[in-house]
Design a protein around this ligand. Structure first.
Ligand SMILES: Nc1ncnc2c1ncn2[C@@H]1O[C@H](COP(=O)(O)OP(=O)(O)OP(=O)(O)O)[C@@H](O)[C@H]1O
Length: 341
């Protein structure tokens, strides 16, 4: 059982926001919809919630065809970036709201609200008004409110987007722990790859209205389906005709391998335990045969970025001006360079 989105297309006028999207979001997991701005993430989430109607295709939630169901019949909880709260009601009343309109017996509502406030660590703020909470506390209240009615699915649209970086980080750790406790199927939208990688069981990468790849954070990082996914999930550089991650380049200070790309270090930046090098390739040097030369290189003369640990850089004696030879490390994740169009 899961959320099954099949062949969903959504247009706004001539603009195709979602183009024949098919994806399955597993039950009990925390799934991120990740992609650049305007890619269609929110549109997909809103179609799952029933706040938007697809032009074609279907949505099933836990085996029930929900395509034509209104939002209130889908049993979904929803939290937006700017969450609408009842300003005149206390935190406890806000959380109780959904239970009260469902005419849940008073003692049960009271018990459930206490339980939820405990879960989101807001018990001591139960009698405050929302305006007396910090932004992060308000989002936790919003999550408690969404969870109150025991939704089958929790949908979060950039729930921490408006908060500062530190609070965002705290809330994302907290969301992961909360999810491990309650296991409600959760789908959240983010354009922040680090947030998606840290929190989710599975990531759906959406770009230009299409699903680029679905996989665990490790799968997407280590086996990106294409150049877009590779670039969106981490730093990428190039070595002749291939694109790879800067830490997947091996550096030698003597021409050890045939086919190694010779160059000169033009910049060495120390950041924490890393040293980030910029290497100007010397493609005119003798002995350089382009590896995989059936693929036309994008720009063979462009500088290459390389990341080494500080210890490694020190042991090689690397600094600005050092002559180096670069090769792709064994097992490096690579994709062909994009062919210029
Ligand atoms: N009601 C609407 N009318 C017209 N165009 C819309 C409407 N809603 C969304 N769009 C367009 O559809 C595209 C996808 O929007 P969507 O909000 O799904 O993107 P997103 O990936 O969530 O982006 P962001 O991260 O910026 O929120 C955008 O180009 C947007 O301008």
């Amino acid at each position: 059982m899961s959320i099954e989105v099949s062949g969903v297309t959504k247009k706004y006028g001539d603009f195709v926001a979602l183009d024949d999207v098919t994806v399955s979001l597993p039950t009990g997991q925390l799934t991120a919809l990740l992609g650049p701005s305007g890619g269609g993430k929110s549109t997909l989430l809103r179609i799952i919630a029933g706040l938007e109607t697809a032009d074609s295709g279907s949505v099933a939630i836990e085996g029930t065809d929900a395509t034509k169901l209104p939002p209130q019949k889908r049993n979904v909880g929803f939290v937006f970036q700017h969450y609408a709260v009842f300003k005149h009601m206390t935190v406890a009343k806000n959380v109780a709201f959904g239970l009260e309109i469902r005419k849940t017996p008073k003692p049960e509502t009271k018990r459930r609200v206490e339980e939820l406030l405990d879960l989101v660590h807001l018990s001591q703020f139960a009698h405050r008004l929302p305006a007396q909470l910090s932004g992060g506390q308000r989002q936790r209240m919003a999550l408690a409110r969404a969870l109150a009615v025991e939704p089958t699915v929790l949908l979060l649209d950039e729930p921490f987007g408006a908060l500062d970086a530190k609070v965002r980080k705290e809330l994302r750790d907290w969301l992961r722990r909360l999810h491990d406790e309650v296991h409600v199927t959760t789908v959240f939208v983010t354009h922040d790859q680090e947030e998606a990688m840290e929190v989710s069981d599975e990531i759906v990468v959406i770009n230009g209205g299409r699903v680029e790849q679905v996989g665990t954070p490790d799968q997407l990082y280590d086996e990106p389906a294409n150049d877009f996914v590779m670039g969106f999930l981490g730093d990428v550089t190039h070595l002749g005709p291939i694109r790879l991650r800067p830490h997947d380049i091996e550096v030698a200070v003597a021409p050890a391998h045939a086919g190694a790309l010779p160059g000169v270090v033009t910049r060495a930046l120390r950041v924490g335990f890393e040293v980030r090098l910029t290497v100007e390739p010397d493609t005119t040097a003798a002995g350089w045969a382009r590896p995989g030369s059936e693929v036309e290189p994008g720009s063979p003369g462009e500088p290459v970025s390389v990341v080494l640990t500080r210890t490694h850089a020190r042991s090689l004696g690397i600094d600005v001006g050092t002559r180096v030879w670069l090769t792709a490390a064994d097992g490096a994740t690579t994709v062909p360079s994009m062919v210029a169009v």
